[in-house]
Structures are given as structure tokens and as C-alpha cells.
Design a protein around this ligand. Structure first.
Ligand SMILES: [Zn+2]
Length: 109
């Protein structure tokens, strides 16, 4: 069972109280960008065996979106942080690297 803590309201609950919103930190290119950039934004997703970053919404609580760093193999949640964050917090990245040396995801490590 996946247990998440909403960083907005602080409630800790099972994943059924939340809704997964897909991969976090997708780069959306502006007007005039290439079709390859738009294709990348729409379709290209990481599917790692290990830690990745994803969006979640607290649907049966405050309704706010947030980001979570989670392992796809162990369901260990390394941390959660507000969705308005452009990049994962440095402390979170170092905690992941400490537990999984050599880890990287979409240029973050
Ligand atoms: Zn909440």
C-alpha cells in the first residue's frame, strides 16, 4: 500500500485518497517550438525501475496538486513537495542519491 503525505494540508493517507497525475517536471515548450519538442511533451515519458518524480492530487482532501519522489520497485516515498516547485529540492535529491548511489532521473541527480 502506498502511503502519501500531502505537503499542503499535512494529511497522511493511503493512495486511494489521492489521484495520480503522471510524471512531474515535464518541460512544455512555447509558441514557435518544433514539432519534436511538442511530441516530447505529449508522449515521451520515463518508465524507470527505481526512483522517479510524479504528480499527485489530494482529491479527497484539500484538492491541491503536489509532487512526490517514489520508488517504482519498493513504493518507498522519499519525499513530497509543492507542485509549484520547478526542480526537486536539493535535500530530497541528496537523500535519494545517498540511498541509491548513481541515481539520476531526467537530468536530476
Ligand atoms: Zn491536502
Amino acid at each position: 500500500m502506498l502511503i502519501l503525505t500531502c505537503p499542503v494540508c499535512g494529511v497522511t493517507a493511503e493512495e486511494t485518497e489521492f489521484h495520480a497525475g503522471g510524471e512531474a517536471h515535464l518541460k512544455r515548450y512555447g509558441p514557435g517550438s518544433s514539432e519534436e519538442n511538442f511530441e516530447e511533451y505529449l508522449f515521451m515519458r520515463e518508465n524507470p525501475k527505481g526512483v522517479h518524480f510524479e504528480r499527485w492530487r489530494h482529491v479527497y482532501g484539500c484538492g491541491k496538486w503536489f509532487h512526490a519522489a517514489r520508488s517504482t520497485t519498493t513504493l518507498e516515498v522519499f519525499g513530497v513537495y509543492p507542485a509549484q516547485t520547478v526542480e526537486p529540492p536539493a535535500g530530497l535529491k541528496s537523500a535519494i542519491s545517498e540511498k541509491q548511489p548513481g541515481w539520476s532521473w531526467r537530468g536530476f541527480s
